[in-house]
Design a protein around this ligand. Structure first.
Ligand SMILES: *Cc1c(COP(=O)(O)O)cnc(C)c1O
Length: 454
């Protein structure tokens, strides 16, 4: 060992000295005594090991604290955390689907921090029901007689089928038995309810008469599942909801519709295809519609069932309803989100709709502004709605394109920036879509890009 190494080893501070210093106290206040002690010990051990191995390691107090602080930050960084979505996929299922409006965030914070009326009726001064909070609002907005909110749409489907079709037949088109992502298939989810699926038609064509012919005394429901994440083109045919409703009702059966995305506004006004809306399904005579709270509705994760009051009442009383009920944070966020629709301000206030409605010129000027700050060029591109809605539909956008030497490495660096940035690569260029970057994130994005080596 060199003189220098021996000296460095001898002058390494004792762990107590570090703990009792002002920075040590600061770390204890932030991370607790035992985590700080462990981290300091680990740091000193690694200094010693490195020095003995002949490495040159900065072992002054500042360097030791700097490395310890970084280690503690890593230990306490939650795996679920905010990222910047620069992919241009608006409802990105892997990135948490819909970011919430300001009003929804405030409502959640208020209910989270305080006691609240989750199951308390202020007028009567006694126990109330959590089901009142969003139910009547959804009914008002969609034109349904009644509605029920559960944990998510998949859970809502299982509840609906358990309550209405256990050990009975549910008639559904073969072309609609789809996989909804994460390896989950509609038929497998549905079968959890004990309902028996009866597939009719061919993959590409199902006629109204196919449903009618499949009806038996053991039939409970006709069902439609919206093909939300794929598109069939060419020689295709499907029965309309009006036709299906007519057949179902003539045979004293119910018609249920798994809409998936659950748009309440018309997407066609933005040059997109028309995503079927909840209101249209109900108007066509569907008895129960099922949709998500965090897709095109733009609210928190939830499953919403809306339709006939007799059916909703039946679902509410089913034991499964208790197992998959929505929590107070979800309900608070959902009510605040629904209020944007009531007030006619959804396009301005709900982030997913604001992104869909954002004018191309506005996006281009943001991209140009970014290019001025971090270099690169502005090119034409496409954003997608994503999240099981409008498969294949795109919105014209403007992208910041950066030429980098190694795109994979660069993307890895971006993902490990703080906050992490998720971008796209095409033709060796890294692409950033302003459409999905939230207003408050722009400066962080510029910092993250500037901190990368191109
Ligand atoms: C997304 C989707 C579901 C699942 O909804 P979750 O809220 O994610 O449980 C079910 N059916 C269809 C058609 C969907 O698009």
């Amino acid at each position: 060992m060199s003189e220098k190494t021996i000296n460095a080893l001898r002058t390494l501070p004792a762990v107590d000295q570090l703990l009792n210093s002002p920075t040590g106290h600061d770390l204890i206040a932030r991370y607790g005594r035992s985590q700080t002690l462990d981290a300091l010990r680990a740091e000193l051990d690694s200094c010693r090991a490195g020095l003995r191995a002949g490495k040159s390691i900065a072992s002054d107090l500042d360097s030791i604290f700097e490395r310890t602080t970084r280690a503690l930050e890593n230990t306490f960084r939650p795996s679920l955390r905010a990222v910047i979505n620069a992919t241009g996929v608006i409802i990105h299922t892997n990135l948490g689907r819909a970011p919430l409006s300001l009003a929804a965030q405030h409502a959640i914070r208020e209910v989270a921090a305080q006691y609240n009326t989750l199951e308390f009726d202020l007028d009567e001064g006694k126990r109330g029901s959590r089901l009142v909070h969003a139910g009547s609002l959804i009914a008002e907005i969609t034109g349904a007689e009644a509605a029920l909110v559960v944990n998510n749409n998949a859970a809502g489907l299982v509840l609906l089928l358990s309550a209405l079709a256990k050990e009975r037949e549910v008639i559904i088109s073969r072309g609609q038995l789809v996989e909804i992502g994460g390896g989950f298939r509609v038929p497998e989810v549905m079968e959890q309810s004990g309902a028996k699926l009866v597939e009719v038609g061919a993959t590409n064509r199902t006629r109204a008469s196919d449903y009618e012919r499949a009806i038996t005394p053991n039939s409970a429901l006709l069902m439609r599942a919206h093909a939300s994440n794929f598109k069939m083109v060419g020689f295709t045919e499907s029965a309309s909801l009006d036709e299906m409703a007519e057949i179902a009702h003539r045979h004293h059966l119910y018609l249920v519709d798994d809409l998936g995305s659950g748009a309440l506004l018309d997407t066609a006004q933005f040059g997109l295809e028309h995503e079927p809306t909840v209101q249209e399904s109900l108007q066509a005579g569907v008895d129960l519609v099922a949709f998500s709270g965090d897709k095109l509705l733009g609210g928190p994760q939830a499953g919403i069932l809306a339709g006939k009051k007799v059916l909703i009442d039946l679902l509410k009383r089913h034991p499964l309803a208790r197992a998959i009920r929505a929590d107070k944070l979800c309900l608070a966020g959902l009510v605040a989100t629904l209020d944007h629709y009531r007030k006619g301000e959804a396009l301005e206030q709900i982030p997913v709709w604001r992104m869909i409605a954002r004018p191309l010129e506005d996006i281009r000027s943001t991209a140009q502004n970014w290019a001025q700050q971090v270099g690169g060029t502005v090119i034409e591109g496409e954003s997608t709605v994503g999240g099981g809605s409008l498969p294949g539909a795109t919105l014209p956008t403007a992208l910041l394109a950066l030429e980098v030497a190694h795109a994979d490495e660069y993307m890895d660096g971006l993902r490990h920036a703080n906050p992490p940035v998720i971008a796209r690569v095409a033709a060796g260029k890294v692409l950033f879509d302003p459409r999905t970057v939230l207003p408050g994130q722009e400066n962080f994005l510029m910092d993250s890009i500037n901190s990368q080596r191109t």
